[in-house]
Design a binder for this molecule. Structure first.
Ligand SMILES: Cc1ncc(COP(=O)(O)O)c(C=O)c1O
Length: 459
């Protein structure tokens, strides 16, 4: 056959291929410059950056990085590595990397069936993001009071359960832990779901079991300021396949998570319109490293916390915070309650003068979205549209819903929040640091209060 005929014949029928090579070669889509931008963000000096550039320019990265977190070829993506690590660390069947803790909570609530006309019981003290994620799911948060641990008071949950209650969302506050056995007992009795907000207590445990693994779903924030801190990231864990799939659908409604992406639904409720909370590969790369450090980080915090607690004396008018599990708390906050907000403010000021990082959130402070009645995005009961969904949703009103967010609804939280003195504990304190901190606290308390050898012990 002539060359011309060979060229005209379709390749499908044995002819020559029309395209045998592509000659236009550009730069990698993501290569040295992008890598250098990341190195810059890490804060290296100009001279170090120059050396890094020289080193990375000498290597060949081919087409460059492909930063998709799904289907990135044969190699495991950082997202997949992060999910596998989380499954192993927490001993759970399923883990979903998320772009934020809020995203994890939103996905969890929707997966659990929160929607118009439903309620979720949230703690009076925590962070507004938990309740806000309920509202984003079109549910109504109902606040439950706390006890002297500043965690949800399990004895007060039952009275708040109605026909509309779908879930309880205990927040493990400031490195502490909720009394999860009691929370689970109420939830199971009433057949309602438990969504644990572990954003502030990643790595903490209660009665020897990691928080996040008690409830139906555990949610974590991996933002810069958290115990395991990346930049902006999150994590959702569960042992329940259906909840995992439904949470995935909210978090990644493009269906990339599905075994066969574009297949019709495999069961009723599998597919619905969600959003995109996918975690970037760059953040996942950092979160893998951070998450690996979690057990050692938690161990250091705990050691420093118990060392300081052991050195403290008891005083009249000072109530140590209730510790639900001394072996399980992370312990980055040591808390106690002087008998009045005024005394709390004086003690905190004196502690700071001793170089001890203490603070109050008393009545003289600013409005604070860590206590229910100041969580404005929730308590104003305003939606982004004039219908004020979900607060004025007919489904909610017809179901008899009428929630009250005014101060006074959770009197223990109102009182304790104003009187609490919190001392920040560093994971890097050595034995001598802990001794000096404990001595300093004793010194200040002795200046304002009478000793009380029979007082409530610190631990
Ligand atoms: C208790 C609690 N829940 C949820 C969140 C939200 O996490 P993110 O900032 O990653 O969305 C936070 C963050 O501060 C938090 O403290």
């Amino acid at each position: 056959m002539s060359d011309k005929r060979q060229q005209e014949k379709l390749a499908l029928e044995g002819g020559l291929k029309a395209v045998t090579s592509i000659e236009g070669k550009g730069q990698p889509k993501i290569g040295v410059d992008e890598f250098m931008a990341v190195a810059e963000r890490f804060g290296f000096s100009e001279s170090v950056l120059g050396k890094i550039r020289k080193a990375v320019e000498s290597g060949d990265v081919g087409e460059g990085a492909y930063l998709a977190n799904y289907y990135a070829g044969l190699k495991q993506t950082k997202n997949e590595e992060y999910a596998a690590l989380a499954r192993k660390l927490f001993g759970v069947g399923y883990a979903i990397p998320m772009s934020s803790g809020t995203g994890a909570l939103h996905s969890a609530f929707v997966a659990a069936g929160v929607g118009p006309g439903t309620e979720v019981i949230c703690p009076a003290v925590g962070f507004f993001a938990t309740a806000a994620a309920v509202v984003s799911s079109k549910g109504i948060p109902v606040f439950c009071d706390v006890n002297e641990s500043m965690q949800i008071d399990p004895t007060k949950i039952e009275a708040l359960i109605t026909d509309r209650t779908v879930a309880i969302a205990p927040t493990h506050y400031q490195g502490g832990v909720c009394d999860m056995k009691s929370v689970m007992k109420v939830a199971r009795k009433h057949k309602i779901k438990v969504i644990e907000d572990c954003a502030q207590s990643c790595g903490a445990s209660y009665a020897g079991k990691l928080v996040g693994t008690y409830g139906d779903i555990g949610c974590f924030s991996i933002s810069a300021y958290k115990i395991v801190g990346g930049g902006e990231g999150g994590l959702l864990i569960t042992d329940k396949l259906r909840l995992y799939e439904r949470a995935n659908q909210l978090a990644e409604c493009g269906g990339l998570w599905r075994p066969i992406r574009f297949d019709p639904p495999r069961y009723k409720g599998e597919l619905y319109c969600g959003t995109n909370y996918r975690l970037s590969e760059l953040e996942a790369a950092i979160d893998v490293v951070q998450m690996k450090k979690m057990p050692a980080t938690v161990k250091r915090f705990r050691a420093a916390y118990t060392r300081v607690l052991k050195g403290l004396k008891t005083f009249k008018g000072i109530t140590p915070g209730l510790v639900n599990d001394i072996e399980g708390e992370v312990g980055y906050t040591l808390r106690f309650f002087p008998e009045s907000p005024r005394l709390a403010a004086k003690i905190a000021e004196a502690l700071r003068a001793e170089n001890i990082p203490a603070g109050t959130r008393g009545p003289s402070g600013r409005d604070d979205w860590h206590i229910y009645h100041y969580m404005y995005p929730v308590t104003l009961k305003q939606g982004p549209t004039p219908d004020n969904c979900p607060f004025e949703c007919p489904l909610y009103l017809q179901a008899g819903g009428d929630v009250n967010y005014a101060k006074g609804q959770c009197p223990v939280a109102d009182d304790l929040f104003d009187r609490a003195v919190s001392i920040r504990i560093s994971q890097w304190y050595n034995a001598a640091d802990c001794k000096h901190i404990a001595n300093g606290i004793n010194k200040v308390l002795a200046a304002y209060c009478e000793p009380d050898p029979d007082g409530k012990p610190w631990m």
